[in-house]
Ligand binder design. Sequence first.
Ligand code: ADP
Ligand code: MG
Length: 382
Amino acid sequence: MTSTSVAADFEALYGAAPDGLWAAPGRVNLIGEYTDFNDGFVLPLALPHTTVAAVSRREDGVLRLHSADVDGGIVQLEVDALEPLSGGGWAAYPAGVVWALREAGHPVAGADVHLASTVPTGAGLSSSASLEVVTALALNDLFGLGLSRPELARLAQRAENAFVGVPCGVMDQMASACAEEGHALHLDTRDLSYRQVPFDLAREGLQLLVVDTRVKHALGDGAYAERRAGCEAGARALGVTTLREVSAAHPPEALARLNDETILRYVRHVVSDNARVERTIALLDAGATRAVGPVLTEGHASLRDDLRVSCPELDLVVEAANAAGALGARMTGGGFGGSAVVLVDAERAEAVSAAVGKAFAEAGYTAPGIFPVVPAAGARRL
Ligand code: ADP
Ligand code: MG
């Protein structure tokens, strides 16, 4: 897939060249999991994998959507008849962005959209956010809306929450919209302030591997809402608005006041993972990238034992990678399948990949997808 081929496909579909081309990446989260709905910290990076959109402006209220990656042809909609939660499969993501922009009072009068993506879908690498953000950025440019990147990310999140019906936090959209090449994005989800943290793997002879387990356990669907409710209950019990405040306002012993064992575990995860983001950033700022490895593994243990959102496949990635000499590893994203990240010395990368593949084969699991990633650029006009 090249931008030239996406433009040519647009022209073949719609009969004229597009007004422009835009790209938005998927993301992988280095550390800070299930913290974004607690006003906490996250540290994602943009992937080299992107969704490219060719888009033309329309003035007649018609929205036409097409994806090279989905069978079924052009989806045609009327912008003033868009209805939240009305289904519509994949088209709900870009249509939801148009809906969210219009709900916020922005005059998006229609568009023709054709897109093609290299972001694996459903692997926990946020193909959905890349799709939303590329649409939002294109419409922002074409209709001269003048919205900032964080504003676009918020509207994309609203599209996914309210229009598609997925209760996600804002990390994915912010990473896709705001990340920079060579950096991880230290995001404060309370006010969407952020800092680009240099993350230079090559300089230290390191690689970051993404391991896509290729499984998605159905358990994950209700678990997110349940963890979210548990964290809110924990915050109420501790007398704070969100768990973000806990580390600062409460010494660890205060957690002992939580007499519900489940809620105590959830709170302990969020508080400790926020701290792990801070530790990781301090290490990156000090140029001690190798030392991030054990922090990742610690984060995995917390997601597995305290939040309990891991699964046997993800645990096996971490165990096999570390046993084969990785510096550290953890599940990333919502869990119950999806992907893990592994930090490894470049010269060990092949051996570690082989060890993970072998462990999966021995366990009778489908072979995982394993690929190295570097921090890539956020959304942009091509
Ligand atoms: P993730 O964001 O982790 O990849 P999600 O389940 O949140 O997984 O989003 C995946 C969904 O996003 C797909 O099922 C599809 O509806 C939509 N999607 C993602 N990429 C594309 C694409 N290139 N073309 C059409 N739809 C896509
Ligand atoms: Mg998604």
